[in-house]
Design a protein around this ligand. Structure first.
Ligand code: ATP
Length: 243
């Protein structure tokens, strides 16, 4: 691991009068997995969307490889090597698996690289290779998550942001998705991972930040947070759910 590839300082995002994110700061070192934890509505999606240029920040800065990219349009940010696999997948359901993947490579200037990128995604997710001519709307939830992740990888990112890759998936499918994330990490990919599935995220991550009502309230090495039951109870509500 080396220095930071991404730094977010005092990010603020407004939705009209509502504050989506009040004050989020985080650092992602190159080669690491950083988890962004927090319950429903804590501001994880808003943070990732603001980094990706999908919503405009009202304050704070996003620094990517030493350059201030705050407020740049999404296409410029993807072209710079920062890709998002969004929550809810946002696929083109009438298009085939392969067409969706090719759309992910829109920012690749040298089109001769596309077949190799496609092969890489198909070897990571053999199920997508089997389904390559199938319309995305007919895929299972797990396959859609694979496709959203694969599509983000088609831009050959230096940093992959994943918004709740476990959401709505069966445990076995989640496990296989996380095995793939671990494999990508071994290949050197840097990741920023938003999750409500805290234990899972802390298993794969190196470092984690906890968001609460739009603010980073806690941070630490993943192993340390995983061991701290108080942290989980107070900030993540793990032991209070349903009570
Ligand atoms: P989730 O797991 O539900 O996605 P989250 O931690 O990602 O939760 P956000 O979706 O970022 O949280 O939401 C942060 C806050 O911003 C919440 O109060 C939410 O209601 C609000 N919010 C999010 N999107 C919008 C929007 N498009 N318009 C208005 N308010 C929004």
């Amino acid at each position: 691991m080396s220095g930071p590839i991404l730094t977010v300082a005092n990010l603020m995002v407004r939705y009209g009068d509502l504050v989506g994110v009040a004050d989020v700061s985080l650092t992602v070192p190159s080669g690491s997995i950083v988890a962004l934890l927090g319950s429903n509505g804590a501001g994880k999606t808003t943070t990732l969307n603001a980094i990706a240029g999908l919503v405009p920040p009202a304050g704070g800065t996003v620094t990517w490889q030493g350059t201030d990219i705050t407020g740049r349009p999404a296409h410029a940010i993807v072209a710079g090597g920062l890709a998002l696999a969004p929550e809810g997948w946002r696929l083109f359901v009438q298009q085939t698996v392969e067409q969706n993947l090719r759309l992910g490579a829109t920012v690749i200037a040298d089109k001769s690289r596309v077949p190799a990128l496609l092969d890489r995604v198909f070897s990571l997710f053999p199920r997508l290779a089997e389904r390559r001519k199938q319309r995305s709307g007919t895929l299972s939830g797990g396959e859609r998550q694979m496709l959203a992740t694969g599509r983000a990888l088609m831009s050959d990112p230096k940093l992959l942001m994943l918004d709740e890759p476990s959401l709505g998936l069966a445990p076995a499918v989640v496990e296989s998705m996380y095995e793939t994330l671990a494999k990508l990490k071994r290949e050197g990919l840097t990741m920023l991972l938003a999750e409500q599935a805290v234990e899972l995220a802390l298993e794969v991550a190196d470092y984690a930040y906890v968001l609460q009502t739009g603010k980073t309230v806690l941070e630490g090495p993943a192993a340390q947070l995983a061991d701290d039951r108080d942290v989980q109870r107070i900030y993540l509500g793990l032991e209070t759910e349903g009570s």
